[in-house]
Design a protein around this ligand. Sequence first.
Ligand code: FBP
Ligand code: MG
Ligand code: MG
Length: 322
Amino acid sequence: MQRLAPALRQDNVPLDLISLIKTILAATKEISFRVSQAHLGGLMGSTLDENIQGEIQKKLDVVANELFKDILLESGFVKAISSEEEDDAVAGNEEGKFIVSFDPLDGSSNIDINSLIGTIFSIHEAPAGIEAGDNDMFKLSGNKQVCAGYVLYGPSTMLVMTTGSGTHFYVLDRTHGGYLLVERNVQVPADTQEFAINMSNQRFWQAPMQNYINDLLAGDTGPRGKNFNMRWIAAMVGDIHRVLCRGGLFTYPADSKNPEQPHKLRLMYEANPMAFLLEQAGGLAMTSTGRIMDIEPDSIHQRVEVIMGSKNEVEKCLSYYQ
Ligand SMILES: O=P(O)(O)OC[C@H]1O[C@](O)(COP(=O)(O)O)[C@@H](O)[C@@H]1O
Ligand SMILES: [Mg+2]
Ligand SMILES: [Mg+2]
């Protein structure tokens, strides 16, 4: 099995980006270890602190964030970072060529039940003429990502990553401590009979999503003429990984539960990186009004609605909004 660096060189990834990716992955190996030892290291449960999202931070959210942030800022490769757990961008090396947005631990509500969690990252080239700590530096669309990926801390620790030459799967080999390529150019099936949504929000969805989901639930007795199964891991990394492995539709639609905040998932370090991975694997990643990666961000913690996965099924869902 091919090691990470030769696999990236095969995709003509520039050496400085390979060095940054290796730095990111060094942090994920440490996080993977800390996650596996969390019970023993007193890292279960919550802190007393609230992050800018208005969520009480888990101890592991804080540990993973500090680890990721420190390793990146010390590397010298990054001009700035932006994280789910940081109010604002954090300045790095003024000469740094890249900026990194990340979700240090995705699926935080799964930590205390020992279920699937992960780390999500998105890399852009640093725009010129903006100071290192300025949030405006991150107002770049998903189309401008040079690399995106996630690491899933599951039965095995898996890396799923793209640099624009397809989406590839890697596994952390614990014998020699490196990520090995296990599948190149993953392709998402265009059709599916599996969907993922938090059903408990149903009464708050807009009418098109209500109608779409009702028709899925009607199965072969309804207009879709076939049965659909439902899954919800409550960790985007886990639900998207399933979609990349066997197809499916994953959605976190707009809802009226909190009118001031109709969307849940964050554009810069959840929706954009997953959109890049899915599109590179032949899937689609949309809101009800357009392509996620075309969105021009207006803030680093901006939230968006998400409808992504198997191409034909995403198009079918969007047809309910026409
Ligand atoms: O709690 P809900 O409504 O099931 O939402 C689950 C969603 O929230 C998230 O956990 C949010 O991410 P964080 O855990 O990083 O805050 C997603 O991973 C997941 O898809
Ligand atoms: Mg998240
Ligand atoms: Mg998180």
